[in-house]
Design a protein around this ligand. Structure first.
Ligand code: HEC
Length: 304
């Protein structure tokens, strides 16, 4: 009993310590909340938003960030942005367009990329157009090259970033739309960009006149929320041309769409998972009813 109480007490202290640490530095502004199509037990992706988000990723983010492990064929799978139930007109009848490897949109997309393959018979690597089964190639050959090109900072793989951050969709939407001029009390380095939604410790960047001799913030000086990151604001109004004229070409819309794409990339099979859940609940409900009525039938003639 004592041990249990002791471990409970230790657990409580640990939790208190963590929240104190969170409060001391790294306080960020509360994330903006968006209504996402994919939220909730019946949530599904908005296919058009995923397609636009991929366009934003490809036009803007892909020069620095990979979406590792995502293959072209994923785009044509059930729930994917380019999935087809039926072939478009003009495609030979023998084609099965619901199969991602035969899907003409996916094939055309893959073929726009150049893939390094090999070695060939003489031991050399060679380039060829992409196939649906290929992984989407990233911008850099390895981490060192990625860091060297970004002043030492590493642009993370975006395929799982939604899952890797708390409140992933709201956080990344807030981060992308949340860049601001740095508050006047801080001095930023040339590769630092201020964002109130990025976790960091701004007390380190306060100008000397806001600090005492030991470097602590002076009485009454408020340490700004948020932090600095090596990525400058990647989006600007009008930089991506949408085919649909009704969709605004704004930072806000781009950010929503790219989050929709990244959420799909982090879980391409979400819709299948959710519909399996609904079917399972229905099955259990029917089973419960059958059991209840057979119980009534079996005991119907027994006195109680
Ligand atoms: C010019 C290169 C460049 C471009 C373009 C770029 N990024 Fe980044 N990104 C970076 C670097 C470098 C980092 C690492 C920043 C750091 O850790 O200080 C980063 C970090 C991130 C992070 C991680 C934030 C965190 O919580 O750690 C996300 C999310 C992100 N980028 C999303 C995007 C999206 C979405 C786009 C396209 C709209 C994009 N980036 C375009 C270079 C870039």
């Amino acid at each position: 009993m004592k041990t249990i109480l002791f471990s409970l007490a230790a657990f409580g202290t640990a939790i208190a310590a963590t929240s104190a640490a969170e409060a001391a530095g790294g306080a960020t502004r509360e994330y903006k909340h968006n209504h996402w199509h994919f939220d909730g037990p019946f949530g599904a992706y908005d296919k058009e938003a995923v397609q636009r988000g991929f366009q934003v990723y490809r036009t803007v983010c892909a020069s620095c960030h990979a979406v590792e492990q995502l293959s072209f064929r994923n785009f044509g799978e059930k729930g994917g942005p380019f999935h087809l139930d039926e072939c478009p007109a003009g495609v030979p009848e023998t084609t099965n367009c619901s199969n991602p490897s035969e899907n003409p949109v996916v094939k055309a997309l893959a073929a726009e990329y150049e893939i390094t393959d090999g070695p060939d018979d003489s031991g050399d690597m060679f380039k060829r157009p992409g196939l649906p089964s290929d992984k989407i190639p990233g911008p850099y050959a390895n981490q060192q090259q990625a860091r060297a090109a970004n002043g030492g900072a590493y642009p993370p793989n975006l395929a799982l970033i939604i899952k890797a951050r708390h409140h992933g969709p709201d956080y990344i939407y807030s981060l992308l739309t949340g860049y601001e001029d740095a508050p006047i009390s801080v001095q930023l380095g040339p590769t630092q960009h201020y964002n109130p939604y990025f976790a960091g410790d701004m007390s380190q960047l306060l100008k000397p006149e806001y600090r005492d001799e030991e470097g602590h913030p002076l009485e009454g000086v408020k340490v700004p929320e948020g932090g600095v990151l090596a990525m400058k604001a990647p989006l600007a109004d009008g930089i991506v041309d949408y085919a649909d004229d009704h969709v605004p070409e704004t930072v806000d819309q781009y950010a929503k769409d790219v989050v929709e794409f990244l959420t799909w990339a982090s879980e391409p099979k979400m819709e299948q998972r959710k519909s399996l859940g609904v079917v399972t609940m229905g099955y259990l409900l029917i089973l419960t009813l059958i059991l209840f009525f057979s119980y009534r039938a079996i005991w119907a003639n027994t006195e109680h």
